[in-house]
Design a protein around this ligand. Structure first.
Ligand code: PEP
Ligand code: CO
Length: 397
């Protein structure tokens, strides 16, 4: 058992990016009800994923993590779930063929509903309303009623997660797709924390990660993750230095358990400056981690017409830089983390069948960040396949 930890001990720490619910009584009764619901995933499956991530750390497997930036209630359909699952499968097959490795498939799916936002308020037409924080919290529409945080939304998120999980089990191929999301909305995560065997598990997904905005020292999010038995991720952006990373690893994996920690580099154009000191610090401490690359979150820009987009060229450039930086330090680049959808969206620019800035308006459906469409995601897979084939060649030589 982890010392001095309970599913509620995060409440004594600083919790950033949490909604303020107007009706505390309604929130309490929602959380009490959720706490009596069945777990969405069993601890044994989280444990199985952890074993596969440990294998990836050893070089026998590679992590492919991907899906929506923010799942939404409106886009929920069997086609959407199936589209993401089949895209993960197609990418995984390409990567497996090039590398000979087992590909660990993890979706940003069945629970990825809460978003950190850089501002508290959104201003439009002289009106200031709370920012949209994901469908589990409030609605995207710019009106006062929709933007009010509503605890009842947690039930809809739970129900959609359960249905998505059940549909994933029906459509998936021979390899199971595991589920993951940012463990952001702490009251919800606490309500779904379950004792299973010897440990405590987040039962909302197999894998939770802490975001780049909430991984500071003494963070409530870090405190919550500390006591879980699940495998977890830490987003590593340009403002993360080696000292804080070492402290986070000591807090979150004091026993240096293999498979427990995935470090997700999201440096944007800063890979050469930001990543090597982190790679060295972790290696020097002998902390077992899996290094993965999220080439999306450091490469977001806004077009003149106001769309948030990401040029595929920059995404591919960050992936290349990530594999070069890890190779140079003798560290395995062991996974990728991407925002993508099987739907034919126009959200990121570029690609072999290029999406131009003028095309963005045509099928821009995301509720938060721009996602790769199927063709763009397969181009990412192609580049990673080439990198893995190169690494395989170097090992054989
Ligand atoms: C995300 O993964 O959706 C996200 C918000 O990422 P980050 O914390 O790395 O900015
Ligand atoms: Co995002």
């Amino acid at each position: 058992m982890v010392q001095d930890w309970t599913p509620a001990s995060w409440r004594t720490c600083e919790a950033r990016h949490q909604p303020v619910y107007a009706d505390a009584g309604a929130l309490d009764s929602a959380l009490r009800e959720l706490a009596a619901y069945p777990p969405l995933v069993p601890g044994t499956e989280a444990q199985a994923l952890k074993a596969q991530l440990a294998e990836a750390q050893e070089g026998g497997a590679f992590l492919l993590q991907g899906g929506d930036c923010a799942e939404s209630f409106a886009e929920f359909s069997p086609e959407t779930i199936r589209g993401t699952a089949l895209l993960i499968e197609a990418m995984a097959r390409r990567l497996a063929a090039a590398s000979g490795l087992r590909i660990v498939r993890v979706g940003r799916i069945a629970g990825q509903f809460a978003k950190p936002r850089s501002r508290e308020l959104e201003q439009k037409d002289g009106l200031a309303l709370p920012m949209y924080r994901g469908d589990i919290v409030n609605g995207l529409a710019f009106d006062e009623a929709a933007r009010r945080p509503d605890p009842e939304r947690m039930f809809r998120a739970y129900g959609q997660s359960a249905a998505a999980l059940s549909h994933l089990r029906a459509v998936e191929g021979p390899e199971p797709i595991y589920t993951s999301h940012e463990g952001l909305l702490l009251p919800y995560e606490q309500a779904l924390t379950r004792r299973d065997g010897a440990g405590w598990y987040a039962s909302s997904a197999h894998f939770l990660w802490v975001g780049d905005r909430t991984r500071f020292a003494a963070s409530a999010h870090v405190e919550y993750l500390r006591g879980l038995t699940n495998p977890i991720g830490i987003k590593c952006g340009p403002t993360l230095g080696p000292d804080l990373l070492r402290a986070l690893l000591d807090t979150l994996n004091p026993g240096r358990e293999p498979g427990r920690i995935t470090l997700i580099s999201r440096m944007g154009a800063d890979v050469e400056r930001g990543l090597p000191p982190l790679l060295r610090a972790v290696a020097a401490e002998d902390h077992p981690v899996l290094w993965a690359c999220d080439p999306m979150h450091g490469n977001t820009e806004r077009t003149a017409s106001g769309y948030k987009t990401r040029p595929l060229g920059r995404i591919l450039a960050e992936l290349r830089a990530f594999f070069a930086a890890t190779r140079a330090e003798g560290v395995r680049g062991g996974g990728i983390h991407v925002e993508m959808t099987g739907r034919d969206v126009t959200e990121c620019t570029g690609g072999a069948d290029p999406v131009t800035e003028a095309d963005l308006a045509a099928r821009y459906h995301t509720h938060c960040d721009p996602r790769l469409n199927r063709g763009q995601a397969m181009e990412v897979a192609e580049l990673v396949a080439a990198e893995l084939a190169k690494a395989r060649g170097a090992e054989a030589a």
